[in-house]
Design a protein around this ligand. Sequence first.
Ligand code: M6R
Length: 614
Amino acid sequence: MCGIVGYLGNKKAYNILINGLRRLEYRGYDSSGIMLYNGELSVKKTKGKVSDLEVLYKNENDKRGNIGLGHTRWATHGPPNKINSHPHLSNSGELCIIHNGIIENYDALRTVLKRKGYDFKSDTDSEVLVNFIEEIKKSKKVKLGKAVRLALKEVVGAYAIAVFDKSNPSEIVTAKLGSPLAIGIGESEYYIGSDPSPFLEFTKKCIYLNDYEMAIISLKKGLILREITKDTILDPFIENLKHNIEEVEKGGYKHFMLKEIYEQPQSVTDTFRGRLISPSLPIKISSIEKSFEKFKSANRIIFISCGTSWHASLLGEYFFEELLRKPVEVEYASEFRYRNPVINENDIIIPISQSGETADTLAAIKMAKKRGAFLYGICNVVGSSIARETDTGVYTHAGSEIGVASTKAFTCQISLILLMALDLGKRMNTIDENRYQRIIKELSKLPELIERVLSIGEKTERIAKKFIKSPNFLYLGRGYHFPIALEGALKLKEISYIHAEGYPAAEMKHGPIALIDKNMPVVVIATKKGNYQKVVSNIMEIKAREGEIIAIVSEGDKEIESIANHFIEIPECDELIAPILANIPLQLLSYHIAEKKDCNVDQPRNLAKSVTVE
Ligand code: M6R
């Protein structure tokens, strides 16, 4: 959570910082702030969005300076107000910090600093850290780089920081543990970001800091990379980024979420590129090829993840058990890491994460690693912490997802998991050849099928209009559609603030049916094949209680059309592919309801895109 951005070079830092903050706003939007240095150090900050911060910069003179730091906050310590906003200054006003993460021992450090005469304006752990650095710098008479390193050795917690010292205004010191930090290298200029989006149009050369690394970035001396605990100098690894700037712009859509929904045919094409080349050729996922023996001999596969990625994991369980005939478990990373789970070397753990930075998933990985499990990661963000912490894995290649509500990343996760399950099942001989051929043929047409589903956009919008005042929703699905019902409910509640519950359709009669009356909209996924007739019976039960039924059905289904109040058709397809398609109208429905309610679709209240705190 929180986005950090920095610049030092010859350009006007303000422009880079404010654009960078707009792009990083998905990481938190409780408050934002900028520090600029132009002979004098100036800090402006405010509660609210980056657009509120821009209002403070009406005067061009205030925008001067070629070095600066910016921050957009997701509040942890203290309410989202101006005082708690970053950047934070040290007591002398010499040092300035931006921080993403949590300093867990900040209270103890604050007590020590208070005894030495420091006082604190904010409730934040970050203000404690900048003063702790100042105290070390002064008492040990060292330069900023060394002071930061010595301070961080005493710190417990997580951080991505950038620190500026007014007495050496051509340098910024950065460091990372737990939270992400990328440095863009230009011609005699440097960019800092929580991800590379603030500098994509300026440079493709990027260094991702690893945990316990710090970079002293100086316009005079260049960049020096150091290991924090051992104090050794490291060789920076400069990556050539493949992202492009269009990925982080809205491209004419009202919201990123809508753009990302409509990008799904292309995203899935990218997920399958080089992996599903043609139905007649074997699936090619190199990390599966290399770790096949591990999968074959594994006693158990455990998916771990959070939120939407957990729903992808649940569908993964259904796919893997069906096609591999191996025992599979699905765990919330936050529960798994704090239990004392029985894990051993014959277990394969599959963490799934869009951002690759989710703190609970990362901690669960570290714990499972210590216990000897083999870790196979599924991530979207290339070079992310989870991608680096796992033994091997596969990228979803969904492209940058900016909308806080995950859409295309989820679709790519479940498409990829199905492809993996087919590949493994074929290699292990646990799937019938004819069935394999049938599914693979349909799967290779998935982008076109998704395109067809997206053509129902307007119909979904019309249906959405009727429900903007509904306070509650139920989502029901059986078998492969159950995880999709959960995901549909999550999507609706997170962006429209309507309370929604997902249930296995058959569970309805064990309790939730009590909620059904004429004011309760019930979304039922009821495609042909699988448990179709049983779901039809569930729909009849809802109808008998006057619930308002929105059914997701296979094209041409006259039976449900005659019963449901509203119906949305998706192409008829194999029952393993149907959940991928069924999820798309649910995304559109949530989007249109939230948009019509005038909610902030891309930045729903209280949420952030990557949850880097526990
Ligand atoms: O980046 P991750 O996939 O690890 O994130 C996990 C959840 O925080 C995320 O899926 C969250 O539930 C989204 N807001 C869902 O739209």
